[in-house]
Design a protein around this ligand. Structure first.
Ligand SMILES: NC(=O)c1ccc[n+]([C@@H]2O[C@H](COP(=O)([O-])OP(=O)(O)OC[C@H]3O[C@@H](n4cnc5c(N)ncnc54)[C@H](O)[C@@H]3O)[C@@H](O)[C@H]2O)c1
Length: 252
């Protein structure tokens, strides 16, 4: 892809799954990558593998819900690699106890909001000043098909993921003329470790049967879409929500 060589990227929630695949893909395209995650050992292992393959990566501890931690990871990108051009804000969590709206405790909603919405807002506040000073950049947020799927069993995760779409559109409309692009990817079922540990064979078979495709998703499918949106090939895509899901939901 054009324009990724020598760019500097942060992947938040990059220690495993979709984030780790994105870190590997961006590094393979020539970008220097800062992997941020609560899972420090796993993040360091991803960075070590990238460096062993001839890429450039470091891992830092990130608590995405904490403003100082978000500032620190941006500072790490600038001090280690000289700037920041791409921020893949991908982390998520806090789904324990997230059930329907009548039975979901408000504490669960607040925890989900902190992890799945506030972290992306704080990432934006930390990253944008550096990107603007450098002439532009790309924010790519990971949402979910759950944001538009209408899940009867879960209220907080879809609510908090939807808020990311508004954040991206806000960034795109406010700073597009200054060279900032902001887009969202909504994955369908992607067989990462976080997902497979909860899936029964029966669920997997049912999900595949419902899909107009030959297979369920891989982390690399999402990483490819992130790399495109981050690259010069994606430079006219701004303020969009992309569903990358094998056709699970077909949306305008
Ligand atoms: N895998 C799927 O089927 C699927 C489907 C739809 C959406 N998604 C979204 O894709 C993204 C990645 O999913 P995944 O399957 O790779 O899951 P994952 O759990 O492997 O990845 C999330 C990462 O975020 C990190 N994280 C969580 N809270 C954090 C915090 N406060 N600070 C820093 N890091 C934190 C976790 O440690 C983990 O490494 C998530 O946003 C998820 O909601 C995934």
């Amino acid at each position: 892809m054009r324009g990724l060589a020598d760019k500097v990227a942060i992947v938040a929630g990059g220690a495993r799954g979709i984030g780790a695949a994105t870190a590997r893909r961006l590094a393979a395209e020539g970008a220097a990558v800062v992997i941020g995650d609560l899972l420090v050992d796993e993040g360091e292992a991803v960075a070590a593998a990238i460096n062993a393959d001839g890429g450039r990566a470091i891992a830092v501890r990130l608590d995405g819900t904490d403003a100082a931690s978000q500032t620190a990871i941006v500072e790490a990108a600038v001090s280690q690699f000289g700037g920041l051009h791409i921020y893949h804000s991908n982390l998520a969590g806090g789904t324990q106890g997230d059930v329907d709206a009548l039975d979901c405790p408000v504490e669960v909603l607040e925890r989900s909001f902190a992890i799945n919405t506030k972290s992306h807002f704080l990432a934006t506040q930390a990253a944008l000043p550096v990107m603007l000073a450098g002439g532009g950049g790309a924010m790519i947020f990971t949402s979910s098909g759950a944001a538009s799927g209408g899940a009867p069993w879960q209220v907080a995760y879809p609510m908090t993921k939807n808020a990311i779409h508004a954040l991206a559109r806000h960034i795109a409309s406010k700073w597009g003329r200054k060279g900032i692009r902001a887009n969202v990817i909504c994955p369908g079922v992607v067989l990462t470790e976080a997902v497979t540990q909860h899936l029964t064979e029966e669920y997997t078979a049912r999900a595949l049967k419902a899909l107009p495709h030959t297979r369920l998703g891989k982390a690399d499918d999402i990483a490819a879409a992130v790399a495109f949106l981050a690259s010069a090939d994606g430079e006219w895509v701004n303020g969009q929500v992309w569903h990358v899901n094998g056709g699970a939901q077909m949306r305008d």
